[in-house]
Design a protein around this ligand. Structure first.
Ligand code: FRU
Length: 516
């Protein structure tokens, strides 16, 4: 998003939103296991931070309408990463502009001097003020994020003459704060000891041959992961457009960081998610188990403002845990659903799928208990499938609408997620899509699909999270029929083997809250 607002316009908008009344909200397409907002518009997750038993999810929020508009920071908290409680708006636009994306930290040692007593440790939010230009500013809360004040000395990093200069993410490195932000075609790094005075230290990514560069870089994140006793650093960079299946997507670089420079030998783009609806994912600061856990905005700028929801627009992905995996001598990022999500499982409806052969052109229907909220896991042995044949795991409805994910044997990008027959697809020209993705593992290895199905969204994790695909869809009636299909494609002799499978129906987030 490159839209700009002058401070005067922003000031008028602040007054305007205070008087706005919300239009009608229709919950037909509301997800049941994903975070969504009651009314109006959200985009990127912001200010992801954990403190005193709470995960804070701030987000880009337009409280006046269900399309992108004057940006505030909305706010929700969770004690379990699964159920969320809304809090009042955390930050409003002001004379310096709108409140664009950014991050938050816990200032344990009161490096800012914002702390006023021995008890209330500051949460410090670092964000982009988007007015005449984009500059970085800070705000702070002394009451666990319930209210925020802005620092009088804002901006803390004025604009250096770069139009796209935004989305600061702050991490801690030794006794320093490190800030990274997106600056058009690269990431710039700064360092500070008090979060107020920042020194520019380095940059990464301006080489057009390094990574994907066919859109603007946005929302960077940087976190360390351990592998074989070594610390490896992952730099996340969202890009729009330029995703591997069109529009917005999130790439990553595997490298090293010494507190000043991020370096990576990697030139070819790698994708945290092949798309199409996972953007601007940012990890929590101070995650209590030291994990890198992130959530993304479940959307794509290609059609974000036109989604067919009424009165509300926007939702987040499920929380995901990032890890490193060695594949063919190369370190790769694996994203997997946070284990906390298993509290969504209705154990009484768990069923296993026995080891069995699916003949070419056979369709295996698997009972779902009439639920559209499902967690499904299948491991396939595809060695006896014919080249050119495919397997598909599909959710469908009596109207014949469907979303299928699967594996096309022999293709360069063998994994797919197809929503082109999923129901309401023509509200935007480029929503109807068949997403494809590469496989990191060798073609003879067993393939495991772990999938979370919501009523209007699916998250697919393949090969232990090495390939992820995430997509929204809008069926006319719920998908309650689950099928595993083997398309023979002229290879009638080939067989597909299901080595194991399991299906669980899930609680809706609200049911889980009521159960507590
Ligand atoms: C990414 C983004 C950010 C910006 C925000 C504005 O989706 O464009 O770069 O800060 O959204 O809402």
């Amino acid at each position: 998003m490159l839209a700009k607002f002058t401070p005067i316009v922003a000031a008028i908008l602040v007054v305007a939103v205070a008087t706005v009344t919300h239009g009608q909200v229709d919950d037909r397409y509301r997800p049941k296991i994903h975070f969504s907002i009651a009314a109006n518009w959200i985009n990127d997750p912001n200010g992801m931070v954990y403190m005193d038993g709470e995960y804070h999810l701030h987000y880009q929020y337009n409280p006046a309408d269900s399309v992108w508009g004057p940006m505030h920071w909305g706010h929700s908290v969770s004690t379990d990463l699964v159920t969320w409680t809304d809090l009042p708006i955390a930050m409003f636009p002001d004379h310096l502009g709108q409140i664009f994306s950014g991050s938050a930290v816990v200032d344990f040692n009161n490096s800012t001097g914002f702390q006023q007593d021995d008890v209330n440790v500051p949460i410090v939010a670092i964000f982009t003020h988007a007015g005449d230009s984009q500059q970085q500013s800070i705000g702070y809360s002394l009451d666990k994020g319930r209210t925020y004040a802005k620092f009088e000395g804002n901006p803390v990093i004025p604009n250096p003459g770069i139009p796209d200069f935004r989305d600061p993410k702050v991490i801690q490195y030794d006794d320093k704060w490190i800030l990274l932000l997106a600056a058009g075609n690269k990431v710039m790094f700064y360092s500070s000891t008090d979060l107020k005075t920042w020194e520019y230290t380095s940059e990464f990514g301006a080489d057009p041959e390094q990574g994907e560069h066919s859109g603007v870089w946005e929302c960077p994140d940087l976190f360390p992961l351990q592998f074989g006793g070594e610390t490896v650093w992952i730099l996340i960079v969202s890009i729009n457009p330029g995703g591997p299946n069109g529009g917005s997507a999130t790439q990553y670089f595997v490298g090293g960081f010494d507190g000043v420079n991020f370096n990576s030998p990697q030139m070819t783009p790698l994708w945290m998610d092949w798309g199409v609806d996972n953007y601007a994912a940012i990890s929590f600061f101070n995650e209590p188990s030291g994990r890198a856990v992130n959530m993304g905005w479940m959307n794509n700028w290609d059609y974000a403002n036109g989604l067919p929801t009424i009165g509300w627009r926007g939702q987040m992905t499920l929380p995901r845990v990032m890890d490193l995996v060695l594949v063919n001598g190369q370190l790769r990022l694996a994203s997997n659903p946070a284990p906390e999500l298993r509290t969504l499982f209705k154990n009484e409806t768990y069923q296993t799928v026995p080891n069995q052969v699916v003949e070419a052109d056979q369709v295996l229907e698997i009972p779902t208990g009439n639920s559209s909220l499902l967690h499904t896991e299948f491991t396939f042995d595809t060695r006896t499938m014919g080249i050119g044949s495919s397997l598909a795991i599909c959710m469908t409805n009596p109207a014949g609408q469907e979303v299928c994910t699967g594996f096309d044997k022999g293709r360069e990008r063998p994994f797919f997620l197809n929503r082109s027959d999923s129901g309401f697809v023509d509200f935007a020209p480029n929503f109807s899509r068949r997403i494809t993705a590469t496989r990191e593992r060798s073609s003879t290895e067993a393939i495991k699909f772990e999938i979370y199905w919501d009523v209007t969204a699916v998250e697919v994790f393949i090969d232990g999270g090495l390939t992820c695909m995430t997509a929204l869809f809008y069926p006319d009636e719920p998908y309650t029929i689950l099928e595993v299909r083997h398309h023979g494609a002229g290879n009638p002799g080939g067989t597909l083997v299901i080595s194991s499978g399991s299906i669980r129906s899930l609680y809706a987030m609200d049911e889980l809250i009521n159960k507590k």
